[in-house]
Design a protein around this ligand. Structure first.
Ligand SMILES: Cc1ncc(COP(=O)(O)O)c(C=O)c1O
Length: 453
């Protein structure tokens, strides 16, 4: 007899294209239900979702208050023309501006349906507002997989999109990365100085008066969960100010508590001009993204048409979900819980793993946003598998071990992301660390076996 899960998996493989993967021989579980930090497959197996979906489900699965708000909105209104006003859209706009860092100046929100289109629209706004054409973004970055957003992306998922004629004027630079300094720096302060000198050189070489914006994730997300050294983001702000360049923070991953504050910029005390968001705004329950524009820039559109629009911009179901999700973050005090509760406990647990397993080169992170970076040699910091290389070496053994132990996680190359829902309890954090510990042990064994064969 064919198990339920197997029959569904066969149908899925037959009719659905799965993102980023070669389609043959895929065998993931078929997820049918979620509750709290757990996902359940069609065969009844439970998986702790330790990367919050795709670092989106910050409230865990099926938050009751958010579900109730979604039900209520479904019964009332499921579409509203984007060019006419709408009650819940106004409410979510206000709630987002209140979270943004501009105080009395305020701001206004343009809604999209994804992080990718939010970044594309933010760049379009920056170009129209400055009358300049060029945009700088990091090499170690992911800003989306649309034609424009993949051009903004610096890492290898950009390559599918090249040549980049769809969005001319995008220039990439190396941002700070203390563990693997592109600048041969030996300490964080030197990394900050050299990385800022590099980006200043790039701006100078591109003509400062032609640069509309610098776009950056306040903590680099899927390219390694890289926390910038002190002063780096503030230095970018100063560089932008010196040349009339707009600073855009891509808060798609870092927003809504992930770093232990409403936005990542707040955690580092740096104020951007535009913020792009998605994912956590609805805890991933409904597709929603957008751009928050500070008021002095948004006001420029009072006299000229906004150069963007989407059928689903400000969709009422997404708006109601967002209003309820932001309320839930507040009601459960999740930003403070993440900073003061999750961060120290997770850091301590992961540091114990680093001390135990030679294969762990570095633990880094902030809030509920951590990474383990694996190495074949701690002294030389040689990555366990080459970044953006063709082979994943022993890494599949890690993910198999995690799945076997009931954990869903994702990573890239030698980096494992740890980003659980912000609703995770202390006990669940300890269980997660124990699961990762055992799986890292299997990775180390697989690597040892491959080396000695
Ligand atoms: C930092 C960042 N920006 C943008 C995106 C793209 O968002 P979306 O997948 O909603 O288009 C992602 C997706 O993972 C992201 O991590």
């Amino acid at each position: 007899m064919i198990a339920t899960g197997e029959a569904l998996a066969t149908k899925h493989a037959r009719y659905v294209l799965t993102p980023w993967m070669a389609q043959a021989n895929l065998q993931p579980p078929v997820i049918v239900r979620g509750e709290g930090i757990y996902l359940y497959d069609a065969d009844g197996n439970r998986y702790a979702d330790l990367t919050s979906g795709l670092i989106a489900v910050n409230l865990g699965h099926g938050h009751p208050a958010v579900r109730a708000a979604m039900h209520a909105q479904v019964d009332r209104l499921c579409f509203s023309p984007p060019s006419w006003f709408n009650d819940v859209r106004a409410e979510l706009g206000e709630a987002l501006v209140q979270l943004a860092p501009w105080g009395a100046e305020g701001g206004r929100v343009f809604f999209t349906t994804s992080g990718a289109s939010a970044n594309e629209d933010a760049v379009k706004f920056a170009r129209v507002l400055t009358g300049r054409s060029k945009v700088l973004a990091g090499y170690r970055s992911f800003h989306g997989s649309g034609a424009g957003s993949a051009t903004l992306t610096g890492e290898s998922r950009r390559w599918f999109n090249e040549p980049t004629s769809v969005m001319p004027g995008v220039v990439h630079f190396w941002a700070a990365y203390p563990y693997r300094s592109p600048f041969f720096a030996t300490d964080p302060a030197e990394e900050t100085r050299r990385a800022l000198a590099h980006v200043a050189d790039v701006v100078a070489a591109e003509n400062p008066e032609a640069v509309a914006a610098i776009l950056i994730e306040p903590v680099i997300g899927s390219n390694g969960v890289i926390v910038f050294p002190p002063g780096y983001l503030a230095g970018l702000r100063a560089l932008c100010d010196a040349h009339g360049i707009l600073l855009i923070f891509d808060e798609v991953m870092t927003g809504f508590g992930r770093t232990g504050a409403a936005f990542g910029g707040e955690r580092f005390g740096v104020v951007p001009d535009l913020i792009t968001f998605a994912k956590g705004v609805t805890s991933g329950y409904v597709p929603l993204g957008g751009v928050i524009v500070r008021e002095r820039l948004a006001a420029a559109f009072d006299g000229k048409p906004l150069p963007a629009g989407h059928t689903y911009s400000g969709h009422p179901l997404a708006m109601a979900t967002g209003v309820a999700a932001l309320q839930a973050y507040r009601d459960d005090d999740l930003y403070a819980r993440t900073k003061n509760g999750i961060e120290p406990r997770l850091r301590a647990g992961l540091e114990r793993l680093r001390d135990k397993h030679e294969i762990v080169g570095e633990v880094r992170g902030i809030g509920a946003f951590f990474a383990l970076e694996f190495v074949s040699d701690r002294t030389t910091r040689t990555p366990l598998v080459p970044w953006q290389g063709k082979s994943l070496g022993p890494m599949p053994a890690l993910f198999a071990a995690l799945k076997k132990r009931g954990a869903y996680m994702f990573g890239r190359y030698s980096v494992l992301h740890i980003a659980p829902p912000l609703t995770i309890t202390d006990e669940q954090i300890d269980e997660a660390v124990a699961t990762i510990d055992a799986a890292v042990g299997e990775l180390a064994a697989a690597y040892g076996a491959a080396k000695s064969s």
